[in-house]
Design a protein around this ligand. Structure first.
Ligand SMILES: [Ca+2]
Length: 385
């Protein structure tokens, strides 16, 4: 194996797969592109970004949605923090799951195999390039990337010494089923066939009413609902008293909202309410706790809930804590950066009790590990059992 192509700080590179037009390079590094077959009818493509300044750590990064897009932003982030960083295309190119059709091996890459391959081959490349093996291996991913991290922990636990699984799309089939049910409840934008349809401009009204009813449950009216599960939203408050207007909802629209905020039952009447996405991570934590018969999983598994964050990033909350690179406001200290906190945990035995997130306006908030509660003490949020 030989390596020759070295990129300098501030370069851009042309990605493959067509998901982004260019990718930034923040640290001087060697970029290695490789591909390998994973079965007779499937293959993955991947890249290793090997920084000049390397402290011996290996980092694998995941993917998003159904996509086959190498996470270039995360490659840049990891290599800028001096990790030898590897990311793959998840077994297919492009940003849809269309290549799965009729090819179960491509689906296998997506489901469990691509991250394992990137770990195994990535580590070999790292050793060949630096002339010594890595010391510790880390994984970072969100959404589908979170699911991939969870799957790695279950299926290939030797691949990583520490895993960050953000907003993991575990129980994937049921999550998609729930999404499909939402579409069914909401109908189509045709007032004749779907009087229950709620147009996009009315969702702002719905969001305002949810905050109106539930914002102060956590003790402070700040635009953030700390415990969404504690919000027993009553959509009837939005019913039009007289003529319909853009300030109220019709009865069919309220009924549709009521269905969305109600538990989903299967044919046998079993309670599927726990499939609501906001509780999916708590549900998984509790399932692991029951399965292992361990009341606390703190020794190896910590779940941090982030009030006011949308999916993986964004939102009114303090959502930036080193989960991604680029413009995501990563701080280079472990109290504010989940990846560096993971390094402290793996290499120093110091597990994070809290993670401090930073909001768009620069304010910070402490996030607590489940099941520790995040409470308002009259002047600030804190963590309390
Ligand atoms: Ca609040």
């Amino acid at each position: 194996m030989s390596f020759s192509k070295i990129l300098s700080r501030g370069s851009t590179v042309k990605p493959h797969g067509g998901c982004v037009s260019k990718a930034f390079v923040s640290a001087p590094l060697c970029r290695v592109q490789f591909s390998t077959s994973t079965s007779e009818s499937s293959s993955i493509r991947a890249e290793a970004w090997l920084p000049d300044k390397w402290y011996g750590r290996f980092l694998g990064v995941g993917n998003g949605g159904l996509g086959g897009c190498i996470a270039y932003r995360d490659l840049d982030y990891g290599s800028a923090l001096h990790f030898a960083t590897v990311g793959s295309n998840n077994g297919h190119d492009g940003d849809t799951g269309r290549p799965f059709l009729g090819n179960p091996e491509v689906l296998n890459d997506f489901t469990f195999r691509s991250i394992h391959v990137e770990a195994v081959i990535g580590k070999r490349i790292v050793e060949a390039y630096y002339g010594r093996p890595h010391t510790k291996a880390y994984y970072l991913g969100c959404s589908t990337g979170g699911r991939q991290g969870t799957q790695s922990a279950l299926k290939y636990p030797a691949d990583w010494d520490g895993i960050i699984a953000g907003a993991p799309a575990t129980d994937f089939n049921h999550l998609l089923h729930w999404g499909a049910m939402l579409a069914r409840y909401i109908g189509s934008p045709n007032p004749d066939s779907s009087p229950e349809f709620i147009p996009s401009e009315l969702w702002k009204l719905v969001a305002e009413e949810i905050l109106n009813q539930c914002d102060d449950i956590d003790g402070v009216r700040d635009g953030i609902i700390t415990e969404p599960d504690a919000c027993d939203f009553r959509p009837e408050a939005l019913l039009c008293a007289g003529a319909e207007s853009e300030k109220c909802l019709s009865l069919p629209q309220v009924e549709a909202l009521r269905k969305i905020y109600s538990p989903l039952y299967d044919n046998g009447g079993a309670d599927l309410s726990s499939l609501i996405a906001s509780g999916n991570s708590k549900r998984m934590y509790d399932l692991v706790s029951r399965t292992l018969a361990m009341p606390s999983l703190d020794a190896f598994y910590r779940l941090f809930l982030v009030p006011g964050m949308e999916h993986c990033t964004q939102g009114p909350g303090a959502w930036a804590f080193g989960q991604r690179g680029g413009t995501y406001g990563a701080h280079n200290e472990s109290s504010h950066n989940l990846l560096l906190a993971l390094v402290d945990w793996v290499e120093g035995g110091v597990a994070p009790d809290t993670i401090t997130g930073t909001a768009v306006d620069g304010t910070t908030r402490v996030h607590c590990r489940y099941p520790v509660r995040n409470v308002w003490n009259g002047s600030a949020y804190g963590c309390e059992r």
